[in-house]
Design a protein around this ligand. Structure first.
Ligand code: CDP
Length: 573
């Protein structure tokens, strides 16, 4: 074993290693694993650093930097980059939005485009708002239209049959505007267990609608084909239906379309109507975005944030993701063109809750929120600075002068720089908490070859040892409930720091999302996890609070309300 291999093997957890083996490491023609984890990171570093030569820079140092941040699990690019960089497929992005216009030709082109994207490991978002409603006349056949919902079921079925290169199941976002005549049906679509399993659903709401809810006014349903008002109804009635269904099934969430477009630096180019599957990247039709996430848990030194290391990791991350745009093999020419016009990237974070625990700060308190803002403000400012520097060296993104960024910056390489992705798989590889989510549990029961083993959250174990209350007996006691809250001989402060997702009041989840959103120019993927007993009133409050705090979208999930999710913690679909 060489030195590189040694370092990585000692850093990977057993679960991380298993996941890499199952889905990421290249295989030979017989299906046998053909690379080691260090070779994976080397392959990716080489493929992405190679881009530097086209700009006249030396590749070697860049390749080493890229290799090192990944091998140290300090920064990881999204799954398609890890899987496909340096391979013939070469599709590196996780996020796409495709247009769906009101014609059979457009609908079925979109379906075909979706299949190519899923096959290469990407996820797709669609707005179905332009489709004429069910029962509307169709001139060519003198028949009636079947409406957005029936077309969505075809996209869903197609997703079922196309496994993403066999490595994960495709994920979709389906959006319908709240003023579409078929919205009632859309909101309740997932009440039937097996309907639209491969979709997350979001109702696209406007400020006007949200204000109508607050003030108990009417609003209009409008036929998108004719522009005619079909019917007027009470906004509160529609909002009630949304919260009832969300409470029952976890869907739909909301997308705040006006806030998204107000903050979009490319509003001169077009209007955003959808996001990628998990909501963290609002995109124009045919845009794609590649993501990468910094492991914040490793940005702590001696109980304080290591700002210098964070700065360096941000610089490397931005450089890496910008190179990905050039190294990428795009599934469609339209996507390549659109993506290269705006060069959006999404540098995100994972391990935020683990970082807070290492700092001894609780998630659900003012200090937790303030830390989130401080960290993300720093990351965004540094990322923007790096993008300006790259813009000066390599040229701004082609649409720069049509963007709102041109008034604030001399040059800029990327129309957006940061995001917060769920990091469903990345956080397992990096062995830390996902995205900005609180810890889900402190202990997990795992079945290892027929034996049930108790696993302890690594940061919790580290803290328990450091503060002298680690004991096997105590860990077993915690394993029974996965929580510290009833173990009174542990100091109250420690119990607060290790409060888990369902113990944290929903308002804190939303406030945390909003704190990050303040300094994120894409959006924030977050699920407000609620205990099984949560009520419709809880959902109503959460959705309203998210709007008031200027989130770009909101999704909440009541524990146990869905048999299966599009994206599951610990799995990748
Ligand atoms: O951790 P990983 O890079 O695998 O992905 P993530 O951060 O959990 O999800 C990021 C994005 O990848 C999602 O918003 C989707 O656009 C896409 N994705 C997908 O297409 N299919 C999946 N099964 C998981 C994620």
């Amino acid at each position: 074993m060489d030195k590189e291999d040694n370092t990585i093997e000692s850093k990977l957890s057993a679960n991380g290693k298993t996941l890499l083996e199952k889905r990421y490491l290249l295989r030979d023609a017989k299906g046998k694993i053909a690379e080691e984890p260090n070779e994976l990171f080397r392959r990716v570093a080489k493929a992405i650093a190679g881009v530097d030569s086209t700009y006249g820079y030396s590749v070697d140092k860049t390749e080493d930097d890229f290799y090192q941040v990944m091998a140290d699990l300090e920064f990881l690019p999204n799954s398609p980059t890890l899987m496909n960089a340096g391979t013939e497929l070469g599709q590196l992005s996780a996020c796409f939005v495709l247009p769906v216009e009101d014609s059979l030709k457009s609908i079925f082109k979109s379906l075909q485009d979706m299949s190519l994207i899923h096959q290469s490991g990407g996820g797709t978002g669609f707005s179905f708002s332009d489709l004429r409603p069910e029962g509307d006349p169709v001139r060519s056949t003198e028949g009636v239209a079947s409406g957005p919902l029936s077309f969505m079921t075809i996209f869903d079925k197609a997703t079922d049959v196309i496994k993403q290169g066999g490595r994960r199941r495709g994920a979709n976002m389906g959006v319908l505007r709240v003023d579409h005549p078929d919205i009632f049906k859309f909101i309740g679509a997932k009440k039937k267990e097996d309907m639209l399993r491969n979709f997350n659903l979001s109702v696209g709401v406007t400020d006007e609608f949200m204000e109508a809810v607050s003030q108990d006014r009417d609003y209009a349903l409008v036929n998108p084909r004719t522009g005619k008002v079909k019917k007027r109804l009470k906004a509160r009635d529609m909002f009630d239906r949304i919260v009832t269904c969300a409470c029952q099934t976890g869907d739909p969430g909301l997308l705040f379309l006006d806030e998204i477009n107000r903050k979009h630096p490319m509003s001169a180019i077009g209007t955003i109507e959808s996001t990628n599957p998990c909501g963290e990247v609002p995109l124009l039709p045919y845009e794609s975005c590649n993501l990468g996430s910094i492991n914040l848990a490793l940005m702590v030194k001696e109980g304080a944030i290591d700002w210098q290391k964070l700065k360096e990791t941000v610089d490397t991350g931005v450089h890496f993701l910008d190179n990905v745009i050039d190294a990428n093999k795009y599934p469609l020419p339209e996507i390549e063109q659109r993506t290269k016009q705006n060069r959006k990237i999404g540098l995100g974070v994972m391990g935020f809750a683990a970082m807070l625990a290492r700092l001894g700060i609780a998630y659900d308190c003012e200090e937790g929120i303030a830390t989130a803002e401080e960290v993300m403000k720093f990351i965004r400012e540094e990322a923007v600075q790096k993008s300006v520097e790259l813009g000066e060296q390599r040229g701004s993104f082609p649409n720069f002068h049509r963007s709102t960024l041109a008034k604030d910056y001399p040059a800029m390489r990327n129309a957006t720089v940061n995001t917060v992705a769920p990091t469903g798989s990345l956080s397992i590889i990096a062995n830390t908490t996902s995205g900005i989510e609180p810890m889900f549990a402190l202990t997990y029961q795992r079945n290892v070859m027929g034996t049930r083993l108790t696993e302890i959250d690594p940061v919790f174990e580290e803290m328990a040892r450091k503060h002298g209350f680690y004991s096997k007996h105590l860990m077993e006691e915690i394993a029974e409930t996965g929580s510290l809250q009833n173990i009174l001989n542990i100091p109250k402060e420690t119990r607060r720091v290790f409060a888990t997702a369902l113990e944290i009041k929903p308002q804190w989840h939303v406030r945390m999302q909003a704190a990050f959103q303040k300094h994120v120019d894409n959006a924030v993927a977050k699920t407000v996890n609620l205990p099984h007993e949560a009520t419709e009133e809880d959902f109503r409050e959460i959705y309203m609070l998210a709007y008031r705090l200027k989130c770009k979208g909101i999704a909440a999930y009541r524990y146990g309300s869905k048999a299966e999710q599009v994206l599951e913690i610990g799995g990748t679909g």
